[in-house]
Design a protein. Sequence first.
Length: 182
Amino acid sequence: MHVVLLTLGNIRKSVRRKLSRNAYILLAEIPSPKFENTRFSTAAEERDMPGILRRQLFHECMSIVLEPLRQSNNSPKLYAAVDPEGYNRKCAAILAGWIADMEEVRSILGLSLSSSACPKCLTSHQTLDDPCEQEARTSEWILDALASVRNQVTDAAGTWQFVTRAKELGLFGIEKLCWEGL
C-alpha cells in the first residue's frame, strides 16, 4: 500500500518535519497488489506483467486523486484560507512539488526502469560523458512518444504489445500517465 500525503507550502519547515505536529494529511492509499494468481501466456509476460500492471494501477489511482487539479487547471478557483499568522488569504490550489526518489521519478514519468538513461534529457548510458548538450526530455516529448506508440499498436494487440513498442523508445509502457493534462 502506497500512501499519498498532502501538506501546505506555507507551513514552516520546523513544524512540517515533525510528524507529531500533524502538518500532513492522508490524501489517499494506493493499493500495490502482487497479481500472484494471474497467469500470462509467456515466461517474459509472467515475469514483467505484474510490475507493469502495478504501475498502471498506480497511475490510474493517482489520476483520480489529481482530477480536482486537472479540472481547475484552466481557471483556478480562489479559496479563503487562514495563514500561519491567522490572517485570511485568498489561495489557489496548485501542485508545487512531488517528493520522489529516482526510481519513483522514472515511474511517474513513465520511463523504463531498466535503462540507465537520464530522466531529464535524451542521452543514453553510452553518451553520458559526451560534452555535447543533449535535447531535454520534456513532458511534451514523453506524451508525443506515447501517442506514437498508441498509433502503432491497436487496441486488439493488448498491453504486452504496447509495452514492447514503448520500451523501444525508453518508455515503461504505461498507457495513460497520471499527470497528463495538468
